[in-house]
Design a protein around this ligand. Sequence first.
Ligand code: CMX
Length: 440
Amino acid sequence: MSFFRGIAALSKLRSRVDLRSELEDLIPEQQVLGGMRGMIGLLWETSLLDPEEGIRFRGLSIPECQKLLPAAKPGGEPLPEGLLWLLITGKVPSKEQADALSAELRSRASVPDHVYRAIDALPINAHPMTQFSTGVMALQVQSEFQKAYEKGIHKSKFWEPTYEDCLNVIARVPVVAAYVYRRIYKNGQVIPLHDSLDYGGNFAHMLGFEDPQMLELMRLYVTIHSDHEGGNVSAHTGHLVASALSDPYLSFAAALNGLAGPLHGLANQEVLLWIKKVVEECGENITTEQLKDYVWKTLNSGKVVPGYGHGVLRKTDPRYTCQREFALKHLPDDPLFQMVSKLYEVVPPILQQLGKVKNPWPNVDAHSGVLLNHYGYFYNKILTWTNFYYDRYYTVLFGVSRSLGICSQLIWDRALGLPLERPKSVTMDWLENYCKKAAA
Ligand code: CMX
């Protein structure tokens, strides 16, 4: 079947409502033509996503994590290393255990020079995610799993070098990510790792920021973005690639490339650019009616409203809610935060009006950029040598956070001896024949 016949047959199939319902009985239509929505096909120990309630990390909701996980200071935001402990072991650590893990990660954080040289070989205006993913690929030469595999390690022991690699990946990615940031936006003036700060605090420090509130925000940011069960593009990609016994560096770099898509992790960049465009075109004092018109203008031009909707969630994302609470506490008067709040009132009814959007509520990405922007992480400045914004860096922050969830699960993948993934695919002809038989 030629490509064009395939496309024609696809539209025919999609428009045949009766055929779709026939298919749903036998092969749920979503599985084959709809991106496998809702299909159970993966084991993911570290977290579970409830469509109404949102994410639970090893059974704990985000508010429970904020209450139970150790913090840098009493009543503060959770330490990401506390969450990492929880994801790997299923247990809430004490403050001493979280601090010990902080020290362990710092001791593993050295990055060899060739990694920086690999990144430097890219044009400086390469997307920050491209530079980040390249850095992670270059780190791969240090894989313990690969070395052990080449020496003939028994499969019952695969998890051991995987564990070493995973902790090393988690420890090293903030260093690589901070290098990319300093290279692009700060003339390559690198700030070394602090010898006593925690994971989130250290990452903010290496980026060049010391405001204690910003360090708290980074701890919260890394914690809530770490994991979102296994079916999202980045987590699933990491897991799939690792199922071929590719080591954690290769698997995590692949996951990052999935995260870099605008329907997934790049949405946080898209949200801020979109909001800034609204302000640019209509001003900060935009009325509700003008905002509604702008949302319709976006939809009518064939674009999605970034930061709204979700493949699984059917309510406001609790990751959005906790960032909103942070903003209400620390930056209630920020004009962009106020715009985000206005959008929360305006966008859902419009998306509901469309009739096809399953979740009209905001997701995690609707909020994060505005918080980071407030603390001056990313100024809305057009750089002289190229025409792109600081906002392009946001997805790298998401990527650093995702190392915690994806790598924790990779340890369990190998400990449980999960097999190579190899789902079945079918052709359009196969589907047509199947439907004809089912209809008969
Ligand atoms: N704006 C406009 N249209 C939207 C929409 C939005 N925010 N969300 C969904 N839709 C549309 C879809 O494009 C789809 O339209 P078509 O049938 O014409 O293709 C229809 O509504 C049904 O989609 P859905 O079943 O509700 O959502 P999906 O599971 O297919 O897609 C997602 C989920 C996130 C890709 C989609 O909601 C979207 O594109 N949102 C905007 C981008 C975004 O914020 N992504 C970040 C998600 C969080 C993350 O992974 O990081």
